[in-house]
Design a protein around this ligand. Structure first.
Ligand SMILES: Cc1cc2nc3c(=O)[nH]c(=O)nc-3n(C[C@H](O)[C@H](O)[C@H](O)COP(=O)(O)O)c2cc1C
Length: 265
């Protein structure tokens, strides 16, 4: 097992997961790199099968201690065909709870061999200048750890020293944390919106329509805040009281810096 072909599969509305995956890939130095970014529907490939000589890394953000349902729907047809997989979750410095276990279980059920996993920290999707949350993560130190993880994976692949006899053990519980459906809500665009459409172009669920003004379908919104982060004039805001309350709670209770965790078989 040496890494000739590396496939990255990610869902990453605010791009922190993608940054971590690219850093791991840099450490791995594969001969061939293919990226499937399923953040938007059009990123889902027709042929989603993995073949001999592949190493696959699947990356997802953590939403309420779980994987986003939309991510799972988008990779549902993925077939592992016995190739090694690395599961990576990225969370906003609160907790990843059952998300890494859920991703590892998904990969195993899809026919992969789960050889490694990791939980990294990203700037929280809800972070704003008023309520900053894990700002700038992954930072230099995180990226360095991700690259070192990639180097370690390459070494283990070359030495054929992964233990593929059983499923990788990672933290998490079953049954997974229950998903709680809240009131539909979404960010909104203020009067200084320039109708450039950047928000609609990054929205993973096509919840935003640009016309003479911006309309947002709160039923479709997954609260990822990609639209808020991409809005250069700062016209897009997430000010739903429940989110502001959660953000303030996180700012008060999750101040301590968490560090990446790595699990290798
Ligand atoms: C709806 C939602 C729920 C989230 N839940 C959690 C959580 O349970 N724990 C946590 O630490 N971060 C949580 N986050 C923060 C994201 O996991 C974090 O910002 C991540 O870096 C986003 O990844 P991305 O940049 O690839 O989109 C949540 C974010 C959103 C939008």
């Amino acid at each position: 097992m040496s890494c000739s072909k590396l496939k990255l599969i990610c869902f990453s509305p605010t791009r922190t997961t993608k940054q971590v995956l690219y850093a791991i890939a840099e450490g791995l130095q594969a001969d061939e790199l293919t990226v499937f970014d399923v953040t938007r529907q059009e990123g889902i490939p027709d042929d989603f099968d993995c073949s001999k000589d592949d190493l696959v890394i699947i990356g997802s953000p953590v939403y309420s201690g779980r994987l986003p349902s939309v991510m799972l729907e988008r990779i549902a047809s993925l077939k592992g065909n016995g190739v090694p997989v690395v599961s990576v979750v990225v969370y906003g410095n609160r907790a990843y709870e059952d998300a890494l276990l859920e991703l590892t279980d998904f990969a195993e059920a899809a026919g992969f061999k789960t050889v490694a996993g990791a939980a990294f920290i990203g700037e929280h999707s809800f972070s704003t200048s008023e309520i900053p949350l894990s700002v700038g993560r992954p930072d230099f130190a995180d990226i360095d750890k991700a690259k070192s993880f990639g180097i370690k994976l390459a070494e283990k692949l070359a030495a054929k020293s992964f233990d593929t006899s059983s499923k990788l053990r990672v933290p998490g519980n079953t049954p997974y944390k229950e998903r709680v459906a809240g009131e539909p809500m979404s960010p909104f665009s203020q009067e200084n919106c320039e109708l450039c459409g950047a928000c609609a172009r990054v929205c993973p669920t096509e919840a935003i329509t640009v016309g003479s003004h911006i309309t947002t379908d709160a039923e479709k919104c997954i609260l990822c805040c990609a639209c808020v982060k991409v809005c250069t004039p700062g016209a897009r805001k997430m000010e739903a009281p429940r989110i502001l309350k959660v953000s303030q709670f996180l700012a008060d209770t999750c101040k301590e810096r968490k560090e990446p965790e790595i699990f290798v078989s």
